[in-house]
Design a protein around this ligand. Structure first.
Ligand code: AMP
Length: 208
């Protein structure tokens, strides 16, 4: 299975990608996670990427492609791509790679949510430092401990209101045009991202 997940920040791409990865037995490749890992390790690409991430802007293609291409190449049996591609030139690069490998995307799944919900979700988002579970402040009681693995929950530094607004603006300018790109290829699936993670997951599975 080769899927691309599209949708604004906070649509639930990460949550759904984790579930789809388990269901289909293929890796979840999150461009954001790969970049954040490079930043926290202090690699040279991570150092270059960090200022863009903290401003809510797209990291230059050359940096992102170098990092993600390697992971895609390792995922011979398929992947769930989350946060990549994020603009037309990244989408074209992915297509060129797939053509060379004589492989195709099964679908590009667009998870659609309204702007109010996005901001609300991101302002309340907590991430487990250990298992990567994505939770909401509203569902966590007391100490900020992951209910699954008991590790500490943390907030993403770019989940503040100004950066959230910038990320939404960047989404509409650079990523939204990908919907037409995949629609023209006949592989776009649109689903509503509102409701519980289970409801959204079932919608995706039923539409594939
Ligand atoms: P995400 O975890 O998907 O919300 O991404 C967090 C941040 O990482 C974004 O706001 C961008 O700064 C950067 N980023 C993630 N994926 C990409 C990409 N495909 N191209 C450029 N920048 C990216």
């Amino acid at each position: 299975m080769r899927l691309v997940l599209l949708g604004p920040p906070g649509a639930g791409k990460g949550t759904q990608a984790k579930r789809l990865s388990q269901k289909f037995g293929v890796p979840h490749l999150s461009a954001g996670d790969i970049l954040r890992e490079a930043v926290s390790k202090g690699t040279s690409l991570g150092k270059k990427a960090e200022p863009y991430i903290s401003r809510g802007e797209l990291v230059p293609d050359s940096i992102v492609l170098e990092m993600i291409e390697e992971k895609i190449k390792q995922s011979k049996n398929g992947f769930i791509l989350d946060g990549f591609p994020r603009n037309l030139s990244q989408a074209r690069e992915l297509d060129l790679y797939l053509q060379r490998e004589k492989k195709e995307l099964n679908a590009a799944v667009n998870i659609d949510v309204s702007e109010n919900i996005i901001v609300e979700r991101l302002k309340n988002r907590l991430i487990c430092s250990e298992c990567g579970a994505i939770l909401s402040l509203k569902d966590v009681t007391g100490e900020g401990i992951c209910p699954k693995c008991k590790a500490k929950l943390k907030r993403r530094t770019d989940d503040n209101e100004d950066t959230i607004r910038k990320r939404i603006e960047v989404y509409f300018k650079h990523t939204f045009p990908l919907l037409d790109y995949y629609r023209e290829k006949g592989i776009l699936i649109n689903i509503s991202g509102e409701g519980s993670p289970d409801e959204v997951f079932n919608r995706i599975i039923n539409s594939l």
